[in-house]
Ligand binder design. Structure first.
Ligand code: ATP
Length: 333
């Protein structure tokens, strides 16, 4: 296969193409420290279209800021301009959807599935603690290493609730309130986690459909069978939490941390509190900063500011994808 022409990034030796998404081309590369990395290079089109360029910039900025063992590790990046790139941890097995496609029956063994879900619940609990919403939890954005430990990637649509952001999601995983055109919240991430719990623990996503509209109806009006009926090896507690995560009303869903605890209990572990410390690192003059350091590593900085009128417009503006060439895996931009 001929490799597409790609912009050279100083200090990086480019190797084979790992994949191509809507936003970027991803190349295996050697970084200046001699480490193998996945190098995300925005498409020319991404850099030309303001909205897409901003999403790439957002992904670079947040990936470099967040530090958590289950949020994909960013090594270096440039958010904007012709030299834009993001170097992240390389996962030889690719994203979880590709891993599942290679497995018989598309299913992980129970303990492996519980571990992946517990790691993702931990990642969400961390983001939610910081006041952020991921908005795009799905198998395509999950990477699992050789020890079976999972990381949540693709922070392009992640935003801090206090700052506002564009509502988005993927139709198989998207909460009813997003279909209704309401704002996303930590509860909509928990809904996506509930979908993933069904998917990984029963072998199927709970809601199916051949179009955006069919999926919308399913998410809004149907209720899946209890998870324990689909997989009797799952505990009652995990089954109940998965059902509650899929509540139509966001307020009735559990928190990500409660799900993490239940999953760890199923693994025979005693869940520990995840501790986030406060510290004060200034990144810009004249702006209040809150820096939260996870027990797992250094700094995440957020800049609270009151939502503006344009934020609330953006938050309340869903962008349903109803065109003829509907693609269930393509994120709604
Ligand atoms: N860290 C990684 N390790 C290994 N392969 C990766 C990694 N990141 C991305 N890839 C490969 O590159 C492909 C494209 O990556 P990704 O989906 O993140 O692209 P994107 O354009 O940024 O996303 P989107 O399509 O959501 O805009 C993935 O499907 C995967 O095959």
């Amino acid at each position: 296969m001929t490799e597409p022409k790609t912009q050279a990034i100083a200090g990086y030796t480019l190797h084979r193409t790992l994949g191509r998404g809507n936003t970027s081309l991803v190349r295996l590369a050697m970084d200046p420290d001699g480490r193998q990395v996945a190098l995300k290079l925005p498409h020319e089109e991404t850099l030309r279209v303001q909205d897409a360029a901003e999403r790439f910039g957002n992904e670079v900025r947040l990936t470099m800021q967040f530090r958590h063992p289950h949020v994909i590790r960013g090594y270096a990046g440039t958010a904007f301009g012709p030299g834009a790139f993001l170097a992240i941890q390389y996962y030889p097995d690719g994203p979880l959807n590709e891993q599942l496609a290679r497995l018989p029956g598309r299913t992980l063994p129970l303990s492996a599935a519980l571990r992946v879900l517990a790691d993702l619940a931990s990642a969400l609990a961390y983001l939610h603690h910081l006041g952020a919403v991921h908005q795009d939890l799905k198998t395509h954005n999950v990477y699992v290493d050789e020890h079976g430990r999972a990381s949540l990637g693709d922070l392009g649509n992640t935003y801090f609730v206090a700052q506002g952001g564009r509502v988005s999601g993927s139709p198989y995983y998207m909460a009813p309130e997003i279909y209704h055109g309401e704002s996303s919240s930590s509860a909509s991430d928990v809904y996506s986690l509930g979908i993933l719990m069904y998917e990984l623990l029963s072998g199927d996503r709970p809601y199916q459909g051949n179009s955006y509209d069919e999926l919308m109806v399913a998410h809004m009006t149907r209720f899946p069978a209890p998870l324990i009926h689909l997989n009797p090896t799952v505990s009652r507690q995990v089954s109940r939490l998965a059902e509650q995560a899929l509540s139509k009303r966001p307020g009735e869903r559990p928190r990500a941390d409660a799900i993490r605890r239940a999953l760890l209990s199923d693994l025979g572990e005693t869940p520990q509190d995840e501790v986030y410390e406060k510290s004060g690192v200034d990144t810009a003059p004249g702006v209040e900063k809150v820096t939260l350091v996870g027990r797992h590593g250094p700094a995440q900085t957020r800049t609270p500011r009151p939502p503006t009128e344009s934020d609330s417009k953006a938050e309340s503006k869903p962008t349903p994808e109803r065109s003829g060439n509907w693609n269930p895996f393509k994120r709604r931009k």
